[in-house]
Design a binder for this molecule. Structure first.
Ligand SMILES: NC(=O)c1ccc[n+]([C@@H]2O[C@H](COP(=O)([O-])OP(=O)(O)OC[C@H]3O[C@@H](n4cnc5c(N)ncnc54)[C@H](O)[C@@H]3O)[C@@H](O)[C@H]2O)c1
Length: 372
């Protein structure tokens, strides 16, 4: 019997697809809604190849409340939602803020309204370390704990803070309403998962990040440089106050991150905390130059880069203090940066067309052999 049915918005995207896979591997049923703005339906085949199960899929925009209502009506067994669907490019968010507020904030509100109508009480939300902004502005906040004051420095970060606030108010209001009506109120809960820098791919080599258009995260860009798709990597600033002058980030393997969602879901169901935030990071900070070195090592040769001006809205150091997630969720990262680099390279080297090509036959055979 399924341990629960989870609606995953943005479930064909990078982190959503890995979380859907982890849910299926752990006995959950998965219903995905995604408008395929930045993803491909082919990922459903890859999930099935890896775990033998296929999520239900609906091509629905998260701002379309009536569309969401229909999905909930078709799946009355849904008891929780993991909400990934969003636009996520920091730079772009400052150029087309209305799109970002519409999808990220409007979409989040549409989802919560639809969940309320369908009486679905639990939400796990993809937030981001970006909500903290420049944590070095406050003493003793690196590595960053959840108590660090919020202070986003860009539009994208502000959309995340807004939805965190909406979720918090909504859960509190539903709890109050139930209390007054003498109904069980503890069932309304929310997890705000503040991710640090997700990276890596599936070790099988058939599933990974495949954004439509130009990627803007460091590791996928390095992948493009390694395959020759891009001439060199742009390093945004080498005059930060770090050991080599480049910005520090906390890179976390996407398989670890996916498991963090399952741990949060379990925690909500078992402890019914109301709304709680958790940092999902490794606690280890790496500079851009260290990442270039680590990835070059896996690829087998040095990758070219050029240092350019700092990028607006970037900050010196986003390294997590993951103690709360370690203790409360009993979750910690198990995979290393080196694992992430090796897995990413296996994916990129063997699938230069991402999901627009067939997966390498020998990788599929290896998966089948593992199952028998
Ligand atoms: N990747 C990161 O570095 C990172 C870091 C922190 C937080 N996050 C958050 O995690 C979540 C997932 O990120 P990701 O890296 O997997 O991104 P992604 O772009 O791969 O996935 C997002 C998915 O949402 C879908 N989507 C976009 N707009 C939609 C809409 N209007 N209706 C329905 N679906 C829509 C896209 O098609 C895509 O499949 C996002 O909320 C993002 O803000 C990502």
């Amino acid at each position: 019997m399924a341990v629960g049915t989870v609606l995953v918005t943005g479930g064909t995207g990078y982190i959503g697809s890995f979380t859907s896979l982890a849910l299926l591997e752990n006995g959950y049923e998965v219903v995905i809604v995604d408008n395929l703005y930045n993803s491909s339906k082919v990922v459903l085949d890859r999930i099935e190849l890896i775990c033998g199960k296929r999520p239900a899929f609906y091509e629905v925009d998260v701002t379309d409340e009536a569309g969401l209502d229909e999905v909930f009506a078709k799946h009355p067994e849904i008891d929780s939602v993991i909400h990934f669907a969003a636009l996520k490019a920091v730079g772009e968010s400052g150029e087309i803020p209305l799109e970002y507020y519409n999808v990220n904030v409007g979409g989040g509100i549409a989802l919560l309204r639809s969940m309320k109508r369908a009486n679905v009480p639990n939400i796990v939300f993809s937030s981001s370390a970006t909500v903290y902004g420049d944590a070095t502005r406050v003493p003793n906040m690196i590595p960053i704990p959840e108590e660090c004051p919020i202070g986003p420095t860009n539009t994208y970060g502000r959309t995340k803070v807004m939805i965190e606030t909406v979720i918090t108010d909504h859960v509190e209001a539903e709890r109050n309403r139930c209390k007054k009506a003498g109904q069980p109120y503890e069932r309304w809960n929310g997890a705000l998962l503040r991710y640090f820098n997700p990276c890596g791919a599936h070790p099988s080599g058939i599933m990974g990040e495949d954004p439509q258009g130009v990627p803007y995260n460091l590791l996928p860009l390095l992948g493009k440089v390694a395959t020759g798709d891009r001439k060199n990597l742009l390093v945004f600033g080498d005059d930060y106050a770090s050991k080599d002058g480049t910005a520090i980030r906390d890179y976390i393997h996407v398989l670890d991150l996916a498991n963090g969602h399952l741990a949060a879901l379990d925690y909500l169901q078992e402890h019914k905390p109301g709304v709680r935030a958790w940092n999902l990071g490794s606690g280890r900070g790496s500079t851009v130059f260290e990442m270039i070195k680590a990835f070059s090592k896996v690829v087998g040769h040095d990758l070219p880069y050029t240092v350019v001006e700092r990028r607006q809205g970037d900050v010196l150091d986003l390294t997590a203090r993951p103690a709360r997630a370690n203790e409360e969720l009993k979750w910690r990262t198990k995979l290393t940066l080196e694992n992430a680099c090796a897995d990413l390279w296996r994916w990129v080297e063997n699938n230069p067309q991402g999901y627009r090509q067939d997966p390498p036959a020998e990788f599929v055979e290896a998966l089948k052999a593992k199952k028998t």
